[in-house]
Design a binder for this molecule. Structure first.
Ligand code: DGJ
Length: 743
């Protein structure tokens, strides 16, 4: 048998299947499976790139079912469970065909598995590899060739056996205002599950990304690491098996969460499961992070290599008090600080029920004339007159019960018809039922109307402030209710594709009560994610650090709030707040008029300086130096290095001041090893008073091997020196250094 198949404009060769090892490779990694016609597919290896003969000779292979199913692997972890129309739920997948070739620039290996018990059921297991970065992708595709429906009860995307019985797991959990808490823990014996079960705010509580240190440790450098992330806008489920049940000591599987998600696949239909991306490196988790970031900027994040603007968002400044005066003042004041964009957040809409609080108006996307009598046009014009771009907030997947939309279409929400729903934010918010094509048109129209009426709107903030509380689509038939999780997510994707087909350029920020939708599945449609509503800069360090494990700095929006955080009641000086926000995409979220003159002067300088370091911060390689999660260090430090290593930016943050603090040594990473770098402090606290190291030229050998000490991070103001207007406390000291290679 030798047949050529055309798939997506690419050529895949169907290959005769005798027992054979098949591999795909990235520049530094290799993945191997063994396929024998009529037998189960076996997973053999994922690790450093090497000759196949060496990998086998060294014994670095596993022999594990590559896509185990309930039927012949019932006592072991199974990735697939399928119920036939007659109730039979056992399958026996065996290899039918292997295809290998290049698809969309990726080298791809597809193995078709046929169920011998129900030959109309086919599963394609897909592996693909990038040639410009060490990322492989995996997913599966279920094809029901029969006439009758089958029910997919577990349909994982990826199965990855790992030859290590001593793994250390890094994962993120948290919730609104406390996203992305980093946890590092040994993968003890048993089964570890990480999952979320909501089609909305699917990254609330847990994030669909992980890292595994394979050698009993998970370090920044010199350590074997596998990292993975599921690309999906809906619920997810990861299983880490560390048991003697499997022939490989550790087994990972991930995909859509099967909980309450039985998927009825009609006859002659197929379902492609979401892709998972993985990277392997023996250079530690630092390298795993950098690989994810580079891949994201070049392959996954919309406009991933384009510079992001410094913006002011109105939310923390005025909340729902969106009057012409309050907004105009923000525009003109921010322009004076050097701002590049103004974004009007929540509170501008609701013709019948003006949006004065979170209890009304979602769904009614006309102007609240009682608040903005002349609409938003004068504000857009003023923003442009001040040399800035304009952006606007919407939450198009939601409705308030008190709205004209709900009055007209009470059947457009997710709820069970027979009992009172559980309302969301404000006591009256509900999720629109995106499976309904009329609702899909409506959501598209929300964006379309705004951009048709105001083609000069440059940026949209797309918010989502409610997780999935209520089961039941009022659109799907009863028998298909458990398709909701998947069909809702696919419908959202369809809407986003439609929006992007018409509006490819508009910048859209994804927000979900902060960062509760942080997932790569969204990022072909959004340029950035609002990382968190947390306004306390110290708290934000941990959140941003956690998120940066997997997601690049230019995808993560970070804003400077006012000195006093209402959430933690901490008072943090303006420099520290700017320095924390400047590690990602910088913005502000306050009323600039409330800054005192010294703070205003500082803000102006800090924005101007950010613009200078922006190319390195937004596009550079991240090196983590000292973690905020190492509490006893009381210090955080990280740096970005440009691709050509000519420029670097170092951030160092001292948290609390104490008497007799030891001077921390910060060892830099990632620089050109045989060079010298001149050092300049970025936005010192006081003009012309940079830290001592500023102005020095130091060899990279010294910087990386011996490190630097900055006493300014530790010294407190002498008691006879009054604290300034910009600094009300001795805590929260920070230094940002720009390093330039001396030629
Ligand atoms: C939640 C978001 O995270 C905030 O930034 C803000 O946009 C509010 N919603 C507005 O209601």
């Amino acid at each position: 048998m030798k047949k050529t198949l055309l798939i997506l404009g690419a050529i895949l060769m169907a290959i005769a299947v005798q027992a054979k090892n098949y591999s795909i490779s990235t520049p530094n990694t290799t993945l191997i499976v063994t396929a024998t016609e009529g037998e189960p597919l076996l997973f053999r290896y994922y690790g450093a790139r090497a000759e196949m003969s060496d990998i086998f000779a060294a014994g670095r292979t596993v022999k594990q079912e590559a896509y185990p199913a309930y039927g012949t692997y019932c006592e072991k972890p199974f990735a697939s469970l399928v119920k036939q129309h007659d109730g039979d739920n056992a399958v026996n997948f065996v290899v039918e065909k292997v295809e290998q070739g290049t698809v969309d620039g990726l080298s791809k290996l597809t193995i078709s598995l046929r169920d011998t018990a129900h030959p109309t059921l086919l599963v394609k297991v897909n592996y693909s590899a990038y040639s410009d970065c060490d990322i492989v992708k995996m997913n599966t595709e279920y094809i029901n060739e029969g006439k009758r429906p089958v029910v997919l009860q577990k349909y994982m995307s990826a199965v990855l056996p790992i030859q290590s019985d001593n793994c250390v797991l890094l994962h993120l959990d948290g919730s609104s205002k406390n996203e992305c808490n980093e946890h590092i823990e040994p993968l003890t014996n048993g089964v570890r599950v990480i999952s979320t079960q909501s089609l909305s705010q699917m990254a609330k509580y847990n994030n669909a990304s992980f890292m595994l240190g394979l050698d009993g440790r998970l370090e920044e450098t010199n350590c074997p690491v596998i990292a993975g992330s599921l690309i999906w806008m809906g619920n997810f489920h990861f299983e880490f098996h560390n048991t003697l049940q499997t022939t490989s000591p550790t087994l990972f599987m991930g995909g859509i969460n099967p909980a309450a998600s039985d998927y009825t696949l009609m006859g002659k239909r197929s379902l492609a499961t979401p892709e998972m991306v993985f990277t392997y490196t023996n250079n530690g988790k630092g390298e795993a992070t950098r690989t994810f970031h580079r891949w994201a900027r070049h392959h996954q994040l919309l406009d991933g290599t384009k510079e992001r603007e410094v913006l002011l968002n109105s939310w923390e400044g005025v909340h729902f008090d969106t009057t012409p005066e309050s907004l105009q003042g923000m525009v003109t004041d921010f322009a004076k600080l050097g701002g590049e964009m103004f974004v009007v957040d929540d509170g501008w809409f609701g013709p019948k029920y003006p949006r004065n609080n979170d209890k009304t108006s979602l769904g009614d996307w006309g102007i609240a004339k009682s608040k903005l009598p002349n609409g938003i046009r004068p504000l857009i014009d003023l923003t442009h007159k001040n040399g800035m771009k304009f952006g606007i907030w919407i939450e198009p997947e939601m409705v308030n019960v008190k709205s004209e939309l709900y009055e007209k279409h009470p059947d457009w929400v997710l709820r069970h018809p027979d009992f009172e729903p559980n309302y969301g934010r404000g006591g009256g918010q509900m999720l629109l039922d995106l499976t309904n094509p009329q609702v899909q048109d409506f959501v598209f129209k929300v964006v379309d109307d705004i951009l048709t009426e105001n083609p000069d709107v440059y940026y949209i903030k797309w918010d989502n402030n409610m997780g999935m509380r209520n089961a039941s689509s009022q659109y799907l038939p009863k028998a298909l209710q458990s398709n909701l999780q998947v069909d809702f997510t696919l419908a959202l994707e369809k809407i986003l594709k439609r929006i992007r087909a018409k509006y490819p350029k508009v910048v859209i920020q994804l927000c979900a009560s902060g960062g509760t939708r942080l997932n790569y599945g969204f990022m072909p449609y959004f340029q950035e994610m609002w990382t968190s509503d947390q306004t306390d800069a110290f708290h934000r360090i941990q959140i941003q650090w956690g998120a940066l494990n997997f997601y690049p700095s230019n995808m993560l929006a970070a804003h400077v709030g006012s000195a006093y955080s209402k959430y933690t009641q901490r008072l943090i000086p303006i420099k520290f707040r700017f320095d924390v926000a400047s590690m990602c995409r910088l913005g502000m979220e306050m009323v600039p008029a409330k800054l005192n003159p010294a703070e205003r002067e500082y803000a102006q300088r800090a924005i101007a300086e950010y613009k200078k370091i922006r190319p390195v911060v937004q596009q550079g390689d991240l090196y983590r130096l000292i973690s905020p999660y190492e509490g006893d260090k009381n210090l955080t430090s990280l740096m970005y290095v440009s691709e050509n290593k000519e420029k670097a930016v170092l951030f160092a943050y001292r948290h609390l001041i104490r008497e007799n603090l030891s001077q921390p040594i910060i060892r830099l990473q990632g620089l050109n090893p045989n060079a010298k770098y001149s050092i300049r402090e970025v936005a010192p606290e006081f003009v012309n008073k940079p830290v001592k190291i500023s102005g020095k030229t130091i060899s990279s050998k010294m910087l990386m091997e011996e490190g630097i000490v900055m006493p300014e991070l530790t010294n407190r103001y002498k008691s006879n020196v009054p604290l300034s207007e910009v600094r009300a406390t001795n805590d929260w000291r920070s230094v940002v250094l720009e390093l330039t290679e001396v030629k």
